[in-house]
Design a protein around this ligand. Structure first.
Ligand code: GDP
Ligand code: MG
Length: 309
């Protein structure tokens, strides 16, 4: 028998603050997701959850839900504008976009700005009116008409993320719009993947802070093991991938002092964020081929275009 065909891709969940994005993602994914740090925002897309769906056409889909931090902001200063542009780049890399609107609050300036921007996008765009438990039907219809007049959405959903009403339909539709292809993440990692990525980001930040002058930009951090222990602590193993032996030596430092220092700070930071003891083990590995493989970068949430210094 043939293995079932699969679909996989990125679904960006965009919307004004408090629209209910996190509530939706948590409901779609199940337990532990949406651990996000306001501080660590070095990637354009932030994986906030992974949802699996079995579709009517017989395919099984992996929907990687991403957040695009800062997307709603109306930027005045140059730096702010650059940050918003970077956030939008994240949405543009997604395969599908779902705009969430708080139906009780209606269309504010943030939603307006997002709609304007979505007009230029080519991927399928869906509208999700949320908090229907608070709003009379006439209002929902008026909002649907108003928003679809600004931008004809592929479909409009009316849901209550909080009551988990209507959300399976959203997931099935997003999933069906993804391209056919292999899963981006091993299924058994999906549950704690956002935390794995976050942990990798924390270490990467320490690498950056401690090595930035000598920093091999090609270095990438991958969380290879994430083990919850009975005593409440977590054991994390990470590999720092570098391209050359010389870079490995820089990372290790004399007698391994460099890597110890990076590990100590990252462990401290992770312990603070996760609010429990962390045992962190770092390995530095020369992985030439790894660095050339864009799929790998994409899978761990990094941009694979090398940054120029
Ligand atoms: P985000 O900022 O877009 O991630 O929004 P959150 O998911 O954090 O939700 C913002 C607030 O709206 C929280 O207090 C949620 O409990 C609430 N909320 C989310 N979805 C619903 C819903 O369907 N109905 C109601 N009544 N409240 C909701
Ligand atoms: Mg949120």
């Amino acid at each position: 028998m043939n293995a079932p065909r699969t679909r996989a891709g990125f679904a960006a969940i965009v919307g004004a603050p408090n629209a209910g994005k996190s509530t939706l993602v948590n409901a779609l994914v199940g337990s532990k997701v949406s651990i996000v740090s306001p501080k660590v925002q070095t990637t354009r897309m932030r994986v906030i959850g992974i949802a699996m769906a079995d579709l009517d056409d017989g395919t099984r889909a992996q929907v990687v839900l991403v957040d695009t931090p800062g997307i709603f902001r109306t930027a005045k200063r140059r730096l702010e504008r650059a940050m918003v542009a970077a956030a939008w780049q994240g949405a543009e890399d997604a395969d599908v976009v779902a705009l969430m609107v708080d139906a009780e609050r209606g269309i504010g300036p943030e939603t307006e700005a997002i709609v304007e921007r979505l007009k230029d996008q080519r991927m399928p765009r869906y509208l999700v009116l949320n908090k229907i438990d608070l709003v009379p039907r006439e209002r929902l219809l008026a909002l649907t008409a108003d928003l679809n007049a600004r931008l004809p959405f592929e479909r409009t959903f009316m849901v209550s993320a909080l009551k988990q009403d209507g959300i399976r339909d959203v997931l099935a539709t997003l999933a069906a719009a993804l391209p056919e292809g292999p899963f981006l993440y091993p299924e058994d990692q999906a549950a704690d993947l956002p935390m794995r990525l976050l942990a990798a980001e924390v270490t990467r930040e320490q690498v950056f802070l401690q090595l930035h002058q000598e920093l091999p930009y090609e270095a990438a951090v991958e969380t290879e093991k994430w083990e919850e222990r009975k005593d409440g602590s977590v054991r994390i193993e990470q590999t720092i991938h570098v391209q050359r032996d010389g870079q490995r030596a820089i990372f290790l430092g004399k007698g391994g002092t460099r890597i110890k220092q990076i590990g100590a700070r990252a462990r401290h930071e992770l312990g603070r964020m996760l609010d429990r003891p962390v045992h962190l083990f770092l390995h530095v590995k020369v992985s030439e081929r790894w660095a050339d493989d864009p799929a790998h970068y994409r899978a761990i949430g990094l941009d694979y275009e090398p940054k120029s210094s």
